[in-house]
Design a protein around this ligand. Structure first.
Ligand code: SF4
Length: 373
């Protein structure tokens, strides 16, 4: 099985914290971009070596900006050039301000069966502070609208750790999503990425990020509330009611193959990764002139080992040490550090599988990096 990811590099405006690849001026070349992504799909049909496509994921950027005609063109190109499995999971990332009854009906008609809504917050001031394009009212109504149009496989993104977000406000945001009956939640801690507006605010002293401890408290509150309401944390930032886990992301974490098309998209075929140029003009030109538009890295044993550790520790399945040892013998330092994390209460081991405790999940990246080869 394999997946296809389509990166739609357009956004209405720039969110202050975002370092994804996108452009806010695209009207003049949006059709050219769709045509080029279709060309890339045709050029790379052999990348997945005939594996059946189990998931299609429209990410970005803001794919909900695309018209019905543009989405149809992309989907038809996939169906004509790849073997698409019946019942394929088709996810579309959508921002609340793009969600209308008409749009939902079009998406359903096209076969979109999972919506990922970029909600982020139910607090007007924070939405404005993040420069999101939607309001609280749009955030609230879009969920009900989507459900009333038959989209029950829904996920929403929430952000915590914002400078002025109190515990009480965060509790209310999580509770609202639970009350709306949304079966999947992705919750991310605000991070300061380089070259973003937020980065500039921090560097110039305009804002003071909240402490790691306060962020940790919000994360633990999230775990507690979602666990009490029947969600399983199947990955550090992802929580689902049974049967609503993302197949697409689950396959990333299982190491399944995927083809990523569009500017900045990444691909993986078991032994190598490649990534497309993160520049819309360069991408269009390269496709038009039949030039190279991506870079490739063969994964070394070290890369494969470290990825297995990082991904495994972020997921509920943990890391199977027997499986890890098929990549490389476990270094002595690995075993010593593992014991020390178990001693600190950050990690547990059942048979040959290690996984993180709640306390460990607070520092997952640090723990993984300590276990790297
Ligand atoms: S809409 Fe999404 S991709 Fe676009 S700037 Fe905001 S966070 Fe980034």
């Amino acid at each position: 099985m394999a997946g296809i990811y389509l990166h739609i590099p357009f956004c209405k405006q720039q969110c202050t914290y975002c370092d994804f690849h996108f452009s806010t001026t695209f009207d003049a070349y949006r059709q050219e971009m769709v045509n080029s992504i279709c060309t890339e799909l045709r050029l790379r049909t052999s990348y997945l070596e005939g594996k059946a496509i189990e998931t299609i994921y429209f990410g970005g950027g803001t794919p909900s900006i695309l018209t019905k005609q543009e989405l149809t063109q992309l989907l038809q190109t996939i169906h004509s050039n790849f073997q698409v499995k019946e019942g394929v999971e088709v996810t579309l990332e959508a921002n609340p301000d793009d969600i209308s009854k008409a749009a939902l009906r079009e998406w359903k008609e096209l076969g979109v069966n999972r919506l990922s809504i970029g909600l982020q917050s139910f607090k007007e001031d924070d939405l404005a502070w993040m420069n999101r394009a939607h309001t609280v009212n749009e955030a609230e109504t879009c969920i009900q609208l989507a459900q009333s149009e038959g989209f029950h496989n829904l996920t929403v993104d929430l952000i915590y750790g914002l400078p002025n977000l109190t515990m009480e406000e965060w509790r209310n945001h999580v509770q609202k999503v639970i009350d709306f009956g949304v079966p999947h939640i992705s919750a991310y801690c605000l991070t300061v990425e380089e070259k973003t507006v937020l980065d500039n605010w921090v560097k110039t002293g305009k804002i003071q990020p909240i402490s790691d401890e306060a962020q940790g408290d919000q994360f633990l509150l999230l775990l507690e509330m979602l666990e009490a309401n029947g969600y399983q944390q199947y990955e550090i930032s992802n929580f689902a009611k049974p049967g609503f886990e993302s197949i697409h992301n689950g396959n990333y974490w299982k190491g399944e193959w995927y083809l990523g098309v569009g500017p900045s998209a990444h691909s993986f075929n078991g032994t190598s990764r490649s990534w497309n140029v993160a520049n819309n003009r360069k991408y269009l030109k390269a496709i038009e002139e039949n030039e190279t538009f991506s870079e490739l890295e063969e994964l070394s044993i070290e890369n494969q080992f470290n990825e297995r550790v990082m991904i495994g520790l972020r997921t509920v399945k943990g890391v199977d040490l027997n499986e890890l040892a098929t990549i490389s013998a476990l270094p002595e330092a690995f075993s010593l550090k593992k014991q020390s994390f178990i001693h600190d209460g950050w990690m547990t081991q059942h048979d040959a599988v290690i996984s993180l405790t709640k306390e460990g999940r607070l520092r997952a990246d640090y723990i993984a990096s300590e276990l790297f080869m």
